[in-house]
Ligand binder design. Structure first.
Ligand code: SAM
Ligand code: SF4
Length: 331
């Protein structure tokens, strides 16, 4: 069995949200007061997450697992979960998307995650300026992100990837400084266009800093050469000057890559979503908790993905933002 849709795409990359909670409050993601978190009993336990991941990997052809959230490092069982996922046969690639706060410092997770077999880490960082970091994330913890990035590099993640969202009038003058900073440290930077996924519904297309604008700003300082072999990756990659440094731009809104999408998502409360922008979900938690066997769950999962739409439809008149915000879907 595989997770194929009616347009011939096959999902092999599973994004698993481990929690909808977070220790930051990024303005483009959630309101200052946070959100009504998912009730604890509805959140999958570690063994339930592992069972669903194992079904995806061993029965449905999933080859990559990305752990995300909310903030996945808030999940107490994260390291053991990574250990168990990397022990699956066939072994999937395992990656983490994190705000980095808990990777470094005393008790930091970077070393333990590397030892557990985690393959790759993406850390989100939108600014190098402490005052702006406070404004964007509503917490003054930029030093913890820097420490987390250093810890990730020391733990052997290579390259450490950095995700940045630029917002007009907020941090859009930092495209070049962020790239210099990442190049100096051997981190691979990816700019992500801001998407209409914030809980407050505050996204405005005309406010969005487009991939084209970002590339224009970078081109004023660097020579960018498109790197070949994008495959199904959302980021369009460019080699910088003579290389080997690269930068990625993810134009989810202005140049959607839906036709090559190989992603499927599992929320922290056990719902399959075939797209970030899906308006419907398929419940796996109920069958999981009422004794369904692996084959039955796999069959439900296959049915869920078959109905995937051709595209996210942001540009289609009548587009409606999904009810779940990014932090509860798993970015
Ligand atoms: N908390 C972790 C983090 O921030 O990396 C993981 C979850 S977060 C939802 C995953 C990624 O989505 C982050 O890189 C974040 O910057 C990005 N993100 C959140 N809201 C977004 C939005 N409205 N548009 C584009 N990217 C967004
Ligand atoms: Fe938290 Fe990540 Fe959302 Fe920021 S983007 S509030 S770090 S989940």
């Amino acid at each position: 069995m595989q997770l194929a849709d009616s347009y011939g795409r096959v999902a092999t990359d599973l994004r698993v949200s481990l929690t909808d909670r977070c220790n930051l409050r990024c303005t483009y993601c959630m309101p200052a007061e946070g959100l009504a978190w998912l009730p604890r009993p509805e959140i999958l336990t570690d063994s339930e997450v592992l069972r669903l991941v194992a079904i995806a990997v061993t029965r449905l052809g999933v080859t990559e697992i990305r752990l995300t959230g909310g903030e996945p490092t808030l999940r107490p069982g994260l390291v053991s979960l990574v250990q168990a996922i990397t022990a699956l046969v066939p072994r999937p690639e395992v990656a983490l998307t994190t705000n980095g706060l808990l990777l470094g410092g005393s008790g930091g997770l970077a070393g333990a995650l590397a030892a557990a077999g985690m393959d790759r880490v993406n850390v989100s960082l939108d600014t190098l300026r402490p005052d702006r970091f406070g404004e964007i994330t509503r917490r003054h913890r930029l030093d913890d992100v820097f420490a987390g990035l250093e810890a990730a590099a020391r733990a052997g993640f290579a390259p450490v990837k950095v995700n940045a969202v630029l917002m007009r009038g907020v941090n859009d003058d930092e495209a070049v400084p962020l790239l210099h900073w990442c190049l100096d440290r051997g981190y691979e930077l990816r700019f992500i266009e801001q998407m209409p996924l914030d809980a407050q519904g505050g996204w405005r297309r005309e406010q969005m800093v487009t991939a084209a604008e970002i590339l224009d700003r970078l081109a004023a300082e660097f020579t960018l050469t498109p790197a070949p072999g994008r495959g199904n990756a959302p980021a369009e990659l460019f080699t910088i000057d003579a290389g080997p440094g690269q930068v990625g731009v993810i134009a989810s809104v202005s140049a959607p890559f839906c036709a090559a999408c190989d992603r499927v998502r599992l929320t922290a409360d056990g719902q399959v979503r075939d797209c970030l922008f899906a308006r419907t979900e398929s419940d796996l938690r109920t069958p999981l908790r009422s004794g369904a066997d692996d084959e039955e769950i796999a069959a439900r999962w296959v049915r869920a993905v078959r109905a995937k739409r051709a595209g996210h439809g942001i540009d289609v008149p009548g587009f409606v933002q999904p009810a779940r915000p990014m932090s509860a879907i798993g970015g």
